[in-house]
Design a protein around this ligand. Sequence first.
Ligand code: 5AD
Length: 357
Amino acid sequence: MIKTIQDYPLSRGDIAELLSSTGEKEQALFDYSYKIKLQNVGNEVFLRGLIELSNVCEKDCYYCGIRRSNNSVNRYNLKHEEVIDLVKLAFKKGYGSVAIQSGETSSKTFTDKIDKILRESKKITNNGIGITLSCGEQSGDTYRRWFESGADRYLLRIETSSEELYKKLHPQGESHSFTKRVKALELLRKTGYQVGTGVMIGLPFQTIDMLADDLVFMRDINIDMCGMGPYIEHHQTPLYKYRELLEPASVRFTLALKMISLLRILMPDINIAATTAMQTLEHKGREKAVAVGANVIMPNITPCNYRKEYLLYENKPLNALNDEDELDSLEKSLETIRHKIGYFKQGNSKHYSKNYK
Ligand code: 5AD
């Protein structure tokens, strides 16, 4: 089996077969992606201090806890000064980069606010802090403006590369169009960002072939980074009614590990995040993701009183530990898998530096 992985470029069929593997075959896959990872990006894990800027969202995605129609959510916006304080903190503690994530809105107030945050963050850190934005679909002008103001990377998940499944997960119409989302990824690439995408794994109606296609999609559009994780149900969303169709959480988790492992083999030098959803479904889930191919971790640095309002899915960790203790414990558990944290490094995608710089 190992021979298959090493000696041939993986076809869609091979990928689907490996996604279904169990036992020894599955372990051989994980061992191989670990090796590929060490050879290509080493044993360093880069940090992004995650700032959940606002849960105000114009979208109504059927799976997401902060969808527009969920009236039980208390909507918030971090203030400019609050964000800048978090950036300063992250920079001082050696995170190297921050990731600013938000519900989607394209109001002028919002786009101006991001712009100002970007400019000030770069200024106060003397261009030292790396910035990833994850603020949804925006116009080409907005993407350009933010790029020029200092955003280095942009993460926009395709959620699923199957248009048919995408339609089942979103309301119909222009505001949730699959084609528009693919175009947005193209726009980001043209603008000059390090571009990231990702999918949810274990969704109702999702098949193994669709997941194999997701990996092929990511390879074909030549992404620089990826953030993907298991789908986790949320009772205040329309998709909750299909929970009986879901695989058990442990199966979704392992499937996500296999997706990470295969993506590392397909794209050896990209950045892959060990996402919060992995940690939600399994204790030390992020470390397990690192051990099969991930090389980025995004510790949440959002002030604790806001975190409970950014519940994209159920049981999302609110973090009992303070930032310092969290990094400490992360460092220790990474040591057990012979990894270290790349403190004070921006951790840009090697893939991007090779192809676009
Ligand atoms: N389960 C897992 N991931 C989710 N996201 C949103 N809702 C869920 C859920 N129920 C992910 C989406 C989105 C990102 C911000 O969070 O992939 O792009």
